[in-house]
Design a protein around this ligand. Sequence first.
Ligand SMILES: Cc1cc2nc3c(=O)[nH]c(=O)nc-3n(C[C@H](O)[C@H](O)[C@H](O)COP(=O)(O)OP(=O)(O)OC[C@H]3O[C@@H](n4cnc5c(N)ncnc54)[C@H](O)[C@@H]3O)c2cc1C
Length: 349
Amino acid sequence: MANPETIVVIGAGVIGLSTASCIQQRLSPSQSVLLVAREFPSDESINYASPWAGAHYRPVPGSSPQVLREANQAERTYQYLKRVAADEPAAGIKFVKGVEYLEAPPAEYSDPQSLRNVYASVDGFRLLARDELPVGVKWGTEYGTWVINSPVYCAHMLRKFIVRGGQTKKYTLANMKEAFSLAQNVRTVVNCSGMGFEDPESFIIRGQTCLVRNPVSATITRQNTDGSWSFCIPRPLDGGTIIGGTKQSHEWDPNPSLDIRTRLLANASKWFPFAPESGGQFDVIRDIVGRRPARQGGMRMEVEKLADGKNIVHAYGAGGRGFEISWGVAEDTAGMMLENGLLQARAVL
Ligand SMILES: Cc1cc2nc3c(=O)[nH]c(=O)nc-3n(C[C@H](O)[C@H](O)[C@H](O)COP(=O)(O)OP(=O)(O)OC[C@H]3O[C@@H](n4cnc5c(N)ncnc54)[C@H](O)[C@@H]3O)c2cc1C
């Protein structure tokens, strides 16, 4: 047998877990995967975005290269999550009705091609007629979408990775190149670190939401006239409901704001179909504050060849869409590795 080779994947968020799992299905017999991260599922840190995510899928219309790339990745993720939801109930995925109401829709929402680019692939997509829209709403749609209990899903992905023979190591890297020394014969490091390492294009988008016990059966998103967003996302497996939420670029406050919580819950009681017996009251489990790892122009996805023949494969900067595009990103990352001879093509097990 050839000299055993270890592929190191940095990051145990939804991007690293999906990518490690996808790579694992395409290894040659002499290769193995080591997942290295500062935080793993069940760890809590404001800088570890994945467990804080709602998470749901809401297509974002447009025609830019980034929108089209993400739409393609989101479509493959949608199909993948359908299979996992059917086969693995413990994964914490559920398909439910998704509804959107926009009070001040941006231009893309009146362009049929921009809408087709992202909504054509979701089940049951239909625009709501004027008489179906609530007062003040100018544009609305409904379709079939998924919701995920994000901490449960991440723990499930990690368990699958380990059961299939994957190795893990809890370690904080000061420099990405350290990763080449964490195992024998490392030729490839896959960088799924969320923010990257000192990338000037990376920035954070703060998100504050509130997790409540009150159940709701659909995920509803409402864009307010001032451009802010309100949403409710049921978390499968009795995980409560996420009421959201803020998107605050470059905002570093780690503390939940009581004012924001009050506004989110007031909007939710006005607009979302919680049971009438709750009387507009919420049974709050906790406030959530997380940092979405964003990047100007979207994710960095490329193979960087080093002078010594080693390779770094970058896949980071998913911003607010990490779950939505996760499996597509994982497939594209494995695809880049195949093209560069870093993985062997063979049947997926
Ligand atoms: C409030 C909120 C709501 C959201 N809602 C949604 C939603 O509805 N749908 C959706 O798709 N997305 C949503 N998101 C965004 C989503 O959470 C992110 O896009 C996603 O989690 C990014 O995943 P990631 O794996 O790239 O990064 P992360 O989850 O942040 O993981 C990064 C990993 O890299 C490791 N790492 C970083 N630096 C180092 C280092 N130096 N050494 C070792 N390890 C390191 C970390 O420990 C971690 O394991 C939401 C985010 C927030 C905060």
